[in-house]
Design a protein around this ligand. Structure first.
Ligand SMILES: *[C@@H]1O[C@H](CO)[C@@H](O)[C@H](O)[C@H]1NC(C)=O
Ligand SMILES: *[C@@H]1O[C@H](CO)[C@@H](O)[C@H](O)[C@H]1NC(C)=O
Ligand SMILES: *[C@@H]1O[C@H](CO)[C@@H](O)[C@H](O)[C@H]1NC(C)=O
Ligand SMILES: *[C@@H]1O[C@H](CO)[C@@H](O)[C@H](O)[C@H]1NC(C)=O
Ligand SMILES: *[C@@H]1O[C@H](CO)[C@@H](O)[C@H](O)[C@H]1NC(C)=O
Ligand SMILES: *[C@@H]1O[C@H](CO)[C@@H](O)[C@H](O)[C@H]1NC(C)=O
Length: 940
């Protein structure tokens, strides 16, 4: 199991930061503009030195470079820099001035960002439900000498079959863009540098906040081993190293670690962009990233996504976690997963649910001859015995399906239970049976019992038990299969003595239970696509829910974790396997096509249909099929677009690269259709998950055109058959009729797959398609009520007066939550994402009418105004609330005099043209008046 170390290594990284920042995960929220600092991209042959010199000589603007960003790079020619005397320049004018320079391609302000709480380790307690009774248990104290790979995520993705062939990704360097690697971890090589598993790296953050000039360092470890605070408090470290030996190190791909977030989880857009460019220029073979920003979800040309996209265009695979915001519904691939050509990875639930539990021992009078004690795993309950105990087991009943164990007084012939450990089943539905643990405790107590051993009623419900009954002194809980095994022994008259270890000396054991409820299905936290311009996202899925993962050594070395952060490293590792097996050359476009077409579409829980492409892409990656693909397609997906831009006719080529002729049957597999919008009392809004579904699907017809390149016949087929000789290819024309029986206003997203099944054994390819019925451009971003003058979440009456403290005009002022009720602010709730959102200030006269005065400024729809609010506009936004604070300050540095104003939000429609008035949605606030706390305004 050589490469497992690589896979597991990668996601450890994110969780490190996660722990240090309390449950952070794969999403980040932009926080602060770094005043006077910008990222500039120059045209290809322009020089930065000339650019800085021109700013200085022509405009008197002195600058200092913050980070170089590949001035010689084929993907990006630019840098971040700071304007040294920025107080003398107003930001918006400065940006306009710089943007207008011929050498400048684009400019963005530098923003710091903080890793934000997202999906983390799932709670132990899950929703009780039936099912999942089958048990499987493994102590996973795997034997390093054994070559067989039993790591379930590898079995699910056929990686075990490649390991069996000694394909381990040898010779490839995977750059991990993250928060550093604990390379002291035994599974991660234990060292850093040439010859080590983690052989190269770069630390962009150190431990200083990136607000100051960022400095790049080598050695990307730093304080990860000593996180500042751990709020989770689970430190079951001891023993894991022994138990999880199957993660053992070995040859295979090497890791390069690029540390982009500091210990507090803070980074910046300049670091993210610079780190990707750096990894590319260092010559990384594969770039993998487990972070993303959902604030900018869904825009392929958001700067970070754009850089990732350009790297992928050069042929270097860029593999990114799709995000853990599944609950937010569709159109939510975080950036940079949203980039075109970037391989965005969704998460599938592990089929085995690994849990670390305490271990105890038991003896039976059957195994006198056996020298070893039997080991069982348990959750310590409350109360827990004060000292170690060995007690004979006695069962309340012998029915493993019992729903009422010890819910009524125990029979008269019950023995004295005071020196017994009483085995009973957890009541599956305590409310329905009106039987709670204290009731069970009472009934056991009545017969003298003091110690209870529960067994869970299902694998996924196995958890700690609490029994608050006077006299009950110890409670543990074991897995369903352990309870059943003990009952079976007792039923045969075997005596079982169970030892509950001393609390201070319990050891841990890894137990893996089959998960038949959620295992193998898409994880509910996985973020949904497509992007706003209907690019299919995510591309593929891989195991990411309940994965046994490496963890900082100081924090126990291993932990069970969930997230797309667990899913994308495995795909990055798979790319290395493909690279090795396919002769050493990586090609992102070819590999993305192979991954997409060889993956396995996933069924959907509770529906008799496939999970949609916008949730799982092509489905679960299949490493062996990808490596040994004998059939290649020339496209990775069919992009159908919306009704305005609908593309009905597509062609693709099937190439038979196998050694023999094969016959292919082309067909159609539909997936669940879902509405993007849901009707509410306040109109249609973007639906969260689960979205409303609709029983209407596209129809696909095919006409094969063997080796000619044009369509030969006008007769389409619902499915068709084509035979292709070895080395030959065929063109297939596909015509799509979108779903008919739908409400286009609610933007149904439909998807599915062209299926390509060959006569070769197990060769089933898929080609995903995705489209929307309706017009994305016609969908409003703002409607009346989408923006209003707010006091926290409530509208404020017209003509409210505010007194602004002068301090809010300090460039470093950042509004806090209190300010949502104190300062005038406009709460904007975009219905959809928007590429560009403006917030302008309009002066108002005493009658409440707009006062254009001698202003030449206008909003995009021509409303005369004073100018844009400081900090605005914002670009590439997801459908998330935005708050525009009125600080008396405009983006160009103007301080507004006391008086009456209103704010106006203008949002650009999806596929909208900035120059077209109709493509903007405009909503203004009521008027309000301001004065300043100390005197009148004066210009800064
Ligand atoms: C696996 O490959 C490595 C490197 O090519 C080689 O040294 C090793 O002997 C191989 N192992 C097996 C079991 O084939
Ligand atoms: C179980 O414990 C009892 C009482 O301590 C003892 O008599 C008996 O031999 C033990 N049986 C086994 C199988 O260990
Ligand atoms: C369960 O107990 C009942 C009555 O005590 C007995 O008849 C039955 O055989 C037992 N079943 C098993 C599986 O031990
Ligand atoms: C367990 O450890 C605690 C704290 O170190 C100690 O007070 C207690 O006596 C120990 N208990 C036993 C049973 O050794
Ligand atoms: C949909 O059409 C628009 C307009 O032509 C285009 O900009 C966009 O990229 C298209 N989307 C996809 C996924 O092809
Ligand atoms: C379609 O959806 C819109 C928005 O929810 C709704 O107003 C309209 O009544 C629906 N049309 C039909 C025919 O159901």
């Amino acid at each position: 199991m050589r490469i497992s170390s690589v896979f597991c290594a990668l996601f450890a990284v994110v969780r490190v930061t996660a722990e240090a920042t309390a449950n952070a995960s794969a999403s980040a929220v932009p926080a602060n503009l770094v005043h006077g600092s910008y990222i500039v991209e120059l045209e290809a042959n322009e020089s930065l030195t000339d650019f800085y010199n021109a700013l200085s000589s022509e405009h008197g603007i002195k600058t200092e470079e913050r980070m170089s960003m590949g001035s010689s790079s084929q993907i990006f020619n630019g840098a971040s820099f700071k304007v040294l005397d920025s107080a003398g320049h107003d930001s918006s004018k400065l940006m306009d001035l710089i943007a207008a320079k011929l050498a400048v391609k684009s400019i963005w302000p530098v923003r710091t960002m903080t890793l934000d709480a997202g999906k983390t380790e799932e709670p132990k307690t899950k929703t009780p439900s039936q099912g999942s009774q089958k048990r499987q248990e493994s102590h996973a104290d795997g034997d390093d000498s054994s070559s067989s790979d039993t790591f379930m995520p590898h079995l699910m993705t056929q990686i075990d079959r490649l390991h069996a062939l000694n394909i381990t990704g040898k010779g490839f360097r995977i750059a991990m863009m993250d928060s550093g690697v604990d390379y002291t971890h035994p599974a991660l090589g234990g060292c850093f540098g040439p010859g080590c598993l983690v052989e190269h790296g770069w630390d962009f953050v150190g431990d200083a906040p990136p607000r100051r000039r960022a400095r790049a360092r080598r050695r990307p470890l730093r304080r990860l081993l000593r996180p500042r605070h751990s709020r989770r408090g689970i430190h079951r470290g001891a023993g894991r190293g022994q138990q999880v030996r199957f993660l053992g190190r070995g040859p295979g791909a090497k890791l390069w670690s690029y540390r982009c977030w500091n210990c507090a989880g803070v980074g910046s857009n300049e670091i993210l962009v610079a780190s990707f460019i750096r990894a590319f220029e260092d010559g990384a073979d594969i770039i993998q990233c487990s972070n993303g920003i959902y604030e900018f979800a869904g825009w392929g040309d958001e700067p970070w996504a754009l850089v990732a996209s350009r790297i992928a265009q050069t042929g270097v695979p860029v593999i990114v976690s799709g995000g853990n915001s599944g609950g937010r519904g569709m159109f939510n691939p975080s950036t940079p997963a949203s980039g075109l050509g970037v391989e965005s990875v969704a998460a599938v639930q592990n089929q085995n649910d690994p849990v670390f539990v305490s271990s105890g021992t038991y003896t039976t009078d059957e195994d006198q001859t056996k020298s070893e004690e039997n080991v069982y795993g348990f959750f310590a309950g409350t109360p827990y015995p004060a000292t170690a105990l060995t007690l004979p087991l006695w069962a309340v009943g012998n029915d493993t399906e019992s729903v009422m164990d010890a819910c009524s007084p125990l029979p008269d012939d019950t023995p004295d239970l005071s020196d017994k450990l009483v085995l009973l089943r957890v009541v599956p539905d305590a409310r329905a049976s009106n039987c709670y643990p204290p009731d069970q405790g009472q009934n056991i107590r009545a017969k003298g019992g003091k110690y209870m051993a529960y067994y869970a009623y299902s694998n996924t419900s196995w958890d700690e038990q609490f029994v608050y009954t006077d006299g009950i002194e110890g409670v543990i809980s074991v897995a369903p299969h352990q309870g059943a095994a003990w009952l079976e022994m007792l039923g045969r008259g075997v005596q079982v003595n169970v030892t509950i270890p001393d609390k201070n000396s319990t050891e841990e054991v890894l137990v893996e239970l089959e998960d038949h409820e959620t295992g193998g299905f898409a994880a509910d936290f996985t973020s949904w696509g497509p992007n706003w311009e209907l690019e299919p996202k995510p591309q593929v899925a891989s195991p990411g829910g309940r994965i046994l993962s490496t963890y900082p050594t100081a924090m126990g070395s291993y932990r069970v974790m969930s997230g797309t952060s667990m899913a994308s490293p495995l795909v990055a590792g798979m790319i290395a396997l493909m690279g090795e097996a396919r002769g050493g050359k990586l090609d992102s476009k070819l590999f993305n096509r192979i991954l997409s077409t060889t993956s396995k579409p996933l069924p959907l829980t509770k529906h008799d249909i496939l999970a949609p492409v916008q949730q799982v892409g092509s489905g679960l990656v299949q490493a062996y099929d990808a490596v040994f693909a004998q059939t290649l397609l020339d496209v990775d997906a069919l992009r159908l677009n919306d009704t305005d831009h609908f593309v009905a006719d597509h062609t693709f080529t099937i190439e038979n690269v196998g050694a023999e002729e094969a016959t292919y049957e082309i067909g159609h597999m539909k997936a669940l259709s879902m509405y993007a919008m849901v009707s509410t009392l306040s109109g249609d809004v973007l639906a969260g998950y689960p979205n409303p579904t609709v029983d209407s699907w596209a129809e696909l017809t095919f006409s094969p055109d063997f080796l000619s390149g044009t369509r030969e016949t006008n007769v389409p087929y619902l499915y068709s058959v084509v035979t292709i000789p070895a080395g030959g290819s065929a063109h297939i024309a596909v015509t799509v009729v979108p779903p008919q029986n739908v409400n286009a206003t609610r933007l149904p997203v439909y998807s599915g797959y062209v299926s390509i099944n060959s006569t070769r054994e197990d060769e089933h390819l898929v080609l995903p398609y995705l489209g929307v019925v309706g017009s994305m451009r016609a969908a409003p971003i703002l409607k009346p009520g989408s923006a209003f003058l707010a006091n926290y979440g409530s509208p404020v009456d017209a003509n409210t007066s505010y007194t602004l403290p002068r301090s809010v005009q300090d460039p470093s002022f950042e509004p806090g939550t209190d300010d949502d009720g104190r300062l005038p602010n406009m709460l904007v709730s975009p219905i959809m994402g928007t590429r560009l959102l403006h917030a302008h200030v309009v002066a108002v006269d005493e009658q409440g009418a707009d006062k254009s005065g001698n202003n030449t400024m206008k909003t995009p729809t021509g409303v005369p105004c004073m100018g844009a609010l400081a900090g605005w506009p914002k670009r590439y936004l997801a459908a998330l609330n935005q708050r525009a604070y009125f600080l008396g300050l405009l983006a160009d540095g103007t301080v507004l005099p006391p008086g009456s104003y209103r704010m106006v939000a203008s949002a650009l429609r999806i596929f909208g043209d900035e120059a077209v008035v109709e493509d903007w949605d405009v909503v203004g606030t009521v008027a309000f008046s301001i004065e300043y706390a100390n005197g009148t305004a004066s210009s800064r």
